[in-house]
Design a protein around this ligand. Structure first.
Ligand code: GAP
Length: 442
């Protein structure tokens, strides 16, 4: 990492803590490495990303339904999926400094930290294993799911029976996943507990290639809707030797993460998983997970096109993309230029003076049932604007002494610093309009 990118990450991590987006987990005890807690603004931003994904992938479509499965899963799920066999990393240890590394991330057999000699590689399982049941010795081994998609495959028949969906159709799920990553680093980019947003689209084998291209396009459109700069996104097709054991084709959507080797890091993978998973679960469980066509009465095992992204990675991309420092009116300001749909706080209501707290609070009470808002009275008005700029709040409503006379307030927009004076009576309508259509030009 260059000093510049290292600096940017340090600044962003610091802003995330200062403004309450992300905290190091267990900080008062020295911190738990690569575990992160989302603070008051972080949880809102994360929820807005989740809602946007769910609306785009599920609520506004007739051919995708949702589900939410247990995190603790039956071991046979992972036996069938191939995780128990394939989901490890080869590790090497340094005989001199005792450092531990992924073999594929070191060159030769010399420690990258101290130059010491490295051991032969050993496999290290990436799944978190635990036991279920109170009696030691009698408890059953279970696993925390390392991806959200397997419970979708296992529930395929239940969903088809319950919803009467016809091919092609998808099942979507988002939620926690756990991987005992060897090298968990780069803030929320790679952690051991993280959240995925996955959709498995079931179709006939003949139509799989067409749906693959369709979903790749859809997913790129979703990232564009989050306001991510076009030039900071790219797609990368996997080479034959790079494909996961279940995939016949895969394209990654990558973001220009400043710390990523080569400048690009994976945000999401779009994969053709063929009929690998349904077949594997049919074999392991002995249950029929095929799909019966109502018209032809023919039974087929559908192919699956998967879209699999990470919520933490999307949030990091959105934050990096939005972060900027600029000089305004002779003073430096830090701004999170978040898309207004994603901003945790949409409106801050600010009295110009403490003498105006009461009537300004009435304005806050008018606005807050309609839009996520805060009422901030502490510090000079300039400081409060700066605070809101750093939180990514798109609109500040200032109540000044004239407001007492003319029943109007000033709305200030974060990016352009444009201002409009507008009647309090119709303020909610005005704000809703700006939220829907953007800040009026000119
Ligand atoms: N079901 C396929 C699957 O899980 P993956 O490439 O291993 O594929 C999909 O993971 C996405 O999940 C990644 O593109 C990334 O956004 C997210 N992800 C995976 N491992 C992660 C980790 N350790 N920390 C944060 N996000 C992770």
């Amino acid at each position: 990492m260059t000093t510049e990118t290292d600096d940017l990450m340090k600044k962003l991590v610091s802003l995330c803590k200062r403004r309450g987006f992300v905290f190091q987990s267990g900080e008062v005890y020295g911190g738990l490495q690569s575990a992160w807690d989302y603070g008051p603004l972080g949880v809102e931003l994360k929820r807005n990303i989740e809602t946007s994904w769910w609306n785009f992938m599920v609520s506004t479509r007739t051919d995708v339904v949702g589900m939410d499965s247990a995190i603790i899963t039956h071991p046979d799920v992972w036996m069938a999926s191939g995780h128990l066999k394939h989901f490890h990393d080869p590790l090497v240890d340094c005989l001199k400094c005792k450092g531990r590394f992924r073999q594929d991330q070191v060159e030769g057999n010399v420690c990258p930290d101290c130059g010491g000699e490295l051991t032969e590689p050993r496999d290290f399982g990436l799944m978190f294993r635990t036991s279920m049941g109170a009696l030691e010795g009698e408890s059953a081994t279970v696993y925390l799911r390392p991806e959200t998609c397997q419970p979708i495959f296992v529930n395929f028949r239940n969903v088809v029976t319950a919803t009467r969906q016809k091919l092609p159709f998808g099942i979507a799920q988002m939620g926690k996943a756990f991987r005992n990553e060897i090298t968990a680093r780069n803030f929320i980019f790679r952690s051991r507990e993280f959240e995925q947003m996955e959709m498995e689209f079931f179709c006939t084998p003949e139509e799989a290639d067409r749906w693959f291209e369709y979903w790749l396009e859809q997913r790129l459109e979703w990232y564009a809707r989050l306001g991510i700069t076009d030039g900071n996104l790219r797609t990368r097709r996997h080479e034959e030797g790079e494909l996961a054991h279940y995939a016949s084709g895969c394209v990654d959507i990558e973001y220009r993460f400043p710390f990523a080797p080569g400048g690009w890091g994976e945000l999401e993978g779009i994969a053709n998983r063929t009929d690998y998973d349904l077949k594997a679960h049919m074999e392991m469980s002995g249950q029929d997970l095929s799909f019966q066509d109502q018209v032809s009465n023919e039974k087929i095992i559908p192919f699956v096109i998967e879209t699999s992204g990470g919520i933490g990675r999307t949030m990091l991309a959105v934050l990096l993309d939005a972060y900027r420092e600029e000089i305004v009116e002779g003073r430096e300001r830090v701004v999170l230029g978040l898309h207004r749909e994603l901003a945790p706080i949409k409106v801050a209501v600010l009295p110009l003076s403490r003498k105006l707290d009461d009537p300004a609070e009435e304005v806050f009470r008018m606005v807050s049932p309609h839009l996520p808002s805060v009422f901030d009275v502490t510090g000079s008005i300039g400081k409060r604007y700066r605070r809101m700029d750093e939180a990514g709040t798109p609109f500040c409503v200032t109540f000044d002494f004239d407001s007492l006379e003319d029943s109007m307030v000033t709305v200030r927009e974060r990016d352009s610093l444009g201002q409009i004076r507008t009647p309090i009576d119709t303020l909610v309508n005005t704000l809703n309009e700006i939220m829907a259509e953007g800040w009026p030009e000119g």
